[in-house]
Design a protein around this ligand. Structure first.
Ligand SMILES: NC(=O)c1ccc[n+]([C@@H]2O[C@H](COP(=O)([O-])OP(=O)(O)OC[C@H]3O[C@@H](n4cnc5c(N)ncnc54)[C@H](O)[C@@H]3O)[C@@H](O)[C@H]2O)c1
Ligand SMILES: O=C(O)CC[C@@H](O)C(=O)O
Length: 525
């Protein structure tokens, strides 16, 4: 039974879903890094929010970990390259808290427009300072939206409902989508110059870090009000403090900070400054959504291999997973076969699907071929880390889908490029379920790739099979299955044998010396 650790505070529905689906679950929150390292080894899944930091060290200790599920959007607390290298899938729940966070941005915008926190404080202090607080309307004002993805587009929709004009800066926003959203697509310079309010909705990346830098803050309209409910680090906090002090920026509301928890900041106490402790996603509705989504996604993956919202591998729905499972086994075998036969000589891989295979999601098939191929180099390779390892080795990758049906109703072909030219192996499924090799380097052969095997290329001649059988028999190696193919009578033949015990180097050398043998190789599947 898989075991999951929930290491951050999460709606109880998450634990309930894991249990209902037959997954053992521990809810242990507030642990230090060392405590997490000490306990993580026994878990197959780790469900987190933003407090748990899934670092390289934590991953190194996570010997059984298969999936990290983030109940939320941002995954900057997860070392994704390290997780990928280790073959751990990282998933998030990209839509569960979007409305809630967009609403928080709008709430902060209104709070800034009418100075609500200060007005509240003053009123509750018995001051009744009616003349001190003079706000601004948002109607007809321009909202500059930096980042027009899930949350940005909801903020735009709400702002349009408030009769605001929305100007959006997002290099990935298409003109068509901008029209659909009812926003004006602008450059960052235009946005800075025109916006009365600016809200930020991008992830923190090299291109967005300090997007509101000192220089860019200086380009904003005097009296601008700024809201950041996305990530700390998008705004230069020191520069923002100066701009608030000088009055150039009339107000700023931060839900997120460069350092969190933000228990101290030069911004605290600055007139016009409002803050919340990373509350963007904190509503009952959002927390129920993300808890349900993360638990269902992780359970699907641990129980059936379904992959949803993974950041480091292609999606595979729980419906698709059973259909693709035998193909992935076939693909992994074909990858393993070429990997073991050609190894370092492989410079590129082409993966072709035809017939019924061409109607399926090809990405998992490709991932499985690469996993089989790269396993030659490491036992810990799986579909998550294989594409990264293949890229690291500089392998060229090509995926081809043929609509035609050939000799087989379904076929997967793997062709590797080597200094000796292109070499290809192909396989099909019998009864839609059983993987079979049907071609190896141009020779038709029908074989089940399983367990310990021996691959021999020899000159087709009478008496060879008897001699080979005796050699194996004398060494105490029992033959399980025997598959034969040849280019032509008397020409080159290939033999694929499954054997009950591994063939050691000495025996392999003996076989290689049998008359007519061109090469002999031990394989393992
Ligand atoms: N405060 C919170 O509690 C809270 C809650 C949820 C999400 N978030 C954060 O909000 C942010 C947005 O989330 P989302 O779901 O809308 O993400 P998203 O991926 O749907 O949208 C991000 C948008 O940013 C755009 N973008 C990327 N680089 C850009 C650049 N250099 N300049 C301008 N735009 C750029 C992308 O094209 C994309 O449209 C994320 O950082 C997320 O972690 C915070
Ligand atoms: O879990 C939270 O409270 C914050 C989530 C938010 O930052 C996110 O990126 O989804």
């Amino acid at each position: 039974m898989p075991k999951v650790l929930i290491s951050d505070k999460m709606d109880p529905l998450a634990a309930q879903i894991f249990r209902n689906r037959g997954i053992e679950v521990d809810e242990i929150t507030g642990k230090t890094k060392d405590e997490l390292i000490a306990m993580i080894g026994k878990y197959d899944g780790l469900a987190i929010r933003s407090a748990t930091k899934v670092t390289k060290d934590v991953l190194a200790a996570a010997t059984n970990l298969k999936v990290v599920g983030r109940a939320g959007i941002g995954v900057d607390n997860v070392d994704i390259p390290a997780a990928s290298a280790k073959g751990v899938v990282v998933m998030n729940t990209p839509f569960g808290n979007s409305i809630t966070t967009a609403e928080h941005a709008i709430a902060l915008m209104f709070a800034l427009a009418r100075d609500l926190p200060e007005a509240d404080k003053s009123t509750q202090a018995g001051k009744w300072e009616k003349n001190r607080f003079m706000g601004v309307e948002v109607t007809n004002k321009t909202l500059g939206l930096i980042g027009a993805g899930n949350i940005g587009s909801i903020v735009a929709d709400r702002a349009i409902g408030l009769k605001m004009k929305v100007a959006a800066y997002d290099p990935f926003l298409t003109p068509e989508r901008a029209v659909e959203m009812g926003v004006e697509k602008v450059t960052l310079e235009e946005l800075l110059a025109r916006a009365d309010f600016i809200t930020l909705h991008t992830p923190l990346t090299d291109s967005t870090r300090n997007i509101l830098s000192k220089e860019n803050l200086a380009k904003t309209k005097k009296g601008v009000r700024i809201v950041n409910c996305a990530r700390g680090g998008l705004i230069d906090e020191a520069a923002l403090k100066e701009a608030l002090d000088s009055g150039h920026v009339a107000g700023a509301a931060l839900d997120v900070f460069v350092t969190e928890p933000a228990t101290e900041s030069p911004l605290f106490g600055t007139p016009g400054f409002i803050s919340t402790p990373h509350l963007g996603a904190s509503t009952n509705e959002a927390q129920v959504n993300v808890a349900i989504q993360v638990a269902e996604q992780m359970a699907d993956f641990l129980l059936s291999g379904g992959v949803t919202n993974a950041l480091n591998m292609p999606s595979l729905s729980a419906d698709e997973a059973p259909k693709l499972k035998p193909y992935m086994a076939l693909a992994e075998h074909l990858g393993g076969l070429v990997g073991q036969l050609e190894g370092d000589a492989i410079k590129g891989v082409a993966i072709e699907v035809e017939g019924a295979a061409a109607e399926l999601n090809q990405k998992p098939i490709t991932g499985a071929v690469l996993a089989g191929l790269m396993r030659v180099y490491s036992d810990t390779v799986n579909m998550v880390n294989a594409p990264f390892l293949a890229k690291e080795r500089g392998l060229d990758l090509r995926e081809v889908r043929h609509d035609r049906e050939g000799d087989y109703s379904t076929l997967v072909r793997v062709t590797v490029t080597t200094p000796e030219g292109a070499k290809s192996v192909a396989g099909t499924l019998f009864a839609n379920a059983e993987p079979r090799l049907v071609e190896i380097f141009g020779v038709k052969v029908e074989a089940d790739l399983t367990g310990e095997m021996l691959y021999i290329v020899n000159v087709d001649a009478p008496g060879f099979i008897g001699r080979l059988g005796s050699t194996l028999g004398e060494a105490g190696v029992n033959i399980g299955t025997f598959h034969l193919g040849r280019r032509s009578a008397g020409g080159e033949a290939v033999l694929l044998l499954s054997v009950d015990t591994p063939v050691d180097d000495a025996l392999k050398a003996k076989i290689a010396q049998l008359p007519g043998v061109k090469s002999a190789k031990a394989l393992r599947f």
